[in-house]
Ligand binder design. Structure first.
Ligand SMILES: [Cu+2]
Length: 313
């Protein structure tokens, strides 16, 4: 994430709030581990992505796992898009993006899973750390209590969930790690194919004057402007549109050198209409030239574009 002055201000506010939350919740002492030396550490992947980062997935893989009392799960970040591994009720009702981020960033709880705590949280898991807030690439929880527990990603909601079934110690496992890994590989491919299909479908609706700002369904996100390169004659208005997004992910349309009325042309944070918007941004291009723009959140994933403005014909 590159940091624009306006983003810097809002991130500063987030950082201040995060500092407060770490102060409130970050000091839970780790519980003593038991003496079982036969415990297994299972692996769960968090997120998926295509090699060019264009498609980002929103699944824990596997989404359901059977382990024994005393076993641990190591959650491993597999995508640049940030996710969390969270359980319980977050300390604040999310009312806006900064609020969600403030809940997601601070780790809450120790290494031993405590289902009776009001809220446990991994912190931000990502393969592409941002300098704007702290993050991790893995998160371990040890399970000492029997039962079924459903975790979710705070950033992407309850559709991104994982159910952990904790059987009594020394029970037979229904599946091996190799089985889960194979399933994860097959499902990763499916999620990326789904994202590619969504990308094509959105491209069919786009025109030189109607650019879609990302796209998403409930398991895949397209981190691209669609179309990313347009040519229009001077005087044309281009609409940048968030309506192809079905999940709560912000984007921006931030021009790197184009100024109008002495100010840089920048949408600020955009959200889909169901999340309160603003979901549309219109720019009328009067100056000829090639004007580059980025999404401030996802430019490092390749979410960049340009509009070439030719003289009026
Ligand atoms: Cu973006």
């Amino acid at each position: 994430m590159s940091v624009h002055p306006s983003t810097k201000r809002s991130l500063w506010a987030v950082t201040a709030l995060v500092g407060l939350l770490i102060g409130l919740f970050g000091t839970t002492p780790a519980q003593a581990s038991d003496a079982d030396t036969h415990s297994v550490t299972w692996k769960v992947q968090v997120g998926e992505q295509s090699s060019d980062f264009a498609i980002q997935g929103m699944r824990f893989l596997p989404g359901e796992i059977w382990i024994d009392q005393g076993d641990s799960i190591s959650f491993l970040a597999k995508s640049a898009e940030p996710h969390t591994v969270s359980f319980g009720t977050p300390p604040l009702p999310p009312t806006n993006f900064n609020n969600v981020l403030a809940d997601a960033v601070p780790p809450v709880g120790g290494r031993v899973f405590n289902p009776s705590a009001p809220w446990t949280n991994s912190g931000i898991l990502t393969t592409m750390p941002s300098s704007a807030f702290p993050s991790v690439t893995s998160y371990v929880q040890k399970f000492t209590l029997k039962g079924s527990f459903t975790f979710y990603c705070l950033l992407h909601g309850k559709m991104m969930s994982l159910t952990v079934h904790v059987q009594p110690a020394h029970s037979k496992y229904p599946h091996s790690q190799a089985y889960y890994n194979e399933q994860a590989e097959v499902q990763t491919e499916r999620i990326i194919d789904d994202g590619m299909a969504l990308w094509e479908k959105t491209a069919d609706m786009a025109t030189p004057t109607h650019v879609y700002v990302g796209a998403s369904d409930t398991q895949a996100m397209v981190m691209r402007f669609i179309w990313p390169k347009n040519t229009v004659p001077a005087g044309t208005t281009v609409t940048f549109d968030m309506s192809a997004n079905k999940v709560f992910v912000p984007h921006t349309v931030t021009f790197t050198s184009l100024q109008q009325n002495g100010k840089p042309v920048d949408s600020g944070n955009m959200f889909p209409a169901f999340a309160g918007g603003p979901s549309m941004f219109k720019v009328t291009f009067d100056q000829t030239g090639t004007w580059k723009y980025i999404c401030e959140f996802h430019d490092t994933m390749g979410m960049v574009g340009s509009v070439k403005v030719t003289p009026k014909s």
